[in-house]
Design a protein around this ligand. Sequence first.
Ligand SMILES: Cc1cc2nc3c(=O)[nH]c(=O)nc-3n(C[C@H](O)[C@H](O)[C@H](O)COP(=O)(O)OP(=O)(O)OC[C@H]3O[C@@H](n4cnc5c(N)ncnc54)[C@H](O)[C@@H]3O)c2cc1C
Length: 333
Amino acid sequence: MIELAERHTFKLPAQCRSLIELKSSDDVEQLVFEEPYYLLGEGSNTLFVDNFYGTVICNRLLGVCIEEQEDSYLITAAAGENWHNFVADLRVRSIDGLENLALIPGSVGAAPVQNVGAYGVEVATFIEQVTAWDIKEKRWVSMNREACQFAYRDSVFKQNPGRWLITSVVFRLPKDWQPVTHYAPLNQLQGHVSAQKIFDTVVEVRQKKLPDPKVIPNAGSFFKNPVITKAQLDELLQKWPDMVYFPVADNQVKVAAGWLIEHLGLKSAFVGDAAVNPHQALVLINKAQATGSDITQLALKIMKQVVDASGIMLEPEVRLVGQHGLVQLAVKK
Ligand SMILES: Cc1cc2nc3c(=O)[nH]c(=O)nc-3n(C[C@H](O)[C@H](O)[C@H](O)COP(=O)(O)OP(=O)(O)OC[C@H]3O[C@@H](n4cnc5c(N)ncnc54)[C@H](O)[C@@H]3O)c2cc1C
């Protein structure tokens, strides 16, 4: 069995039966994908909550190619590139657009999977095409933005785990750059706001706000911010007038899951060494020796209290991998 603790940022003690590192397209084509298998990037959105009796397939494909066109840059990045290094490198080259997404951990290949987003920007906006190996059909596919079915922290890849192995992503970054600053704290920036300023602010704020997984193991936001209807919102506002939410569509709002957790007094909740981060309640942390069972129980405890108090069923944003593959968490209303 092979150790997985150092291969995911929550650092739970777990092992897998075998592990394969893919370094070239030839490796991908020749691989026999024997079930169960799990596709892994840098493990910043994955928790191995038990020993996994299957194969972990790690994407280590590297390389970035930049093509300058008349009004935009077309950039092809291999899936194994580190996301933040990729964003920082574009910034150095004055190719703008991804600066709001600085310091998101993980790989380029995983970014389309949950359509990573931060500070008012989602990566889907800039994705022109995703190249992937269709594991079922055993052939290469190129998927445009529409085929990727991007939504809030969602895509066709997330909906069909294990179907496609993403090997590269093509981004189109228009030269006519517009800053996106409507989200706090970027909305506090005064005067001319450059891409460098946004990049630096995002990095500074994230370093202050979020625990560094290298110091305190975590996987970022553990739960998605739930989307509810305006009617549900009105009902909840009667009980909790200061509830934090953001409009998303005509009849829908996104509720801040962190606010719900904090408001229900769960900021100091813990099970064993798995705990709610006292500075950002949406982030769960491994204080030292947390086990998969600790974190699962803590997540279920939070989900149960939230659903009982609000009727809202929280959904984990992270992927939990158990003995035979993905594990879903559910509580009764
Ligand atoms: C401190 C911290 C802060 C974070 N902040 C944010 C944030 O602001 N916004 C945000 O959106 N996310 C955030 N995240 C979550 C995480 O960084 C992203 O989801 C990231 O894209 C995960 O990349 P990864 O390579 O680590 O993915 P992994 O955890 O390795 O994999 C995630 C999912 O993608 C699949 N996958 C990985 N590689 C491939 C591939 N090549 N082909 C097909 N499927 C693949 C996996 O099977 C899994 O389902 C944060 C995480 C941490 C730890």
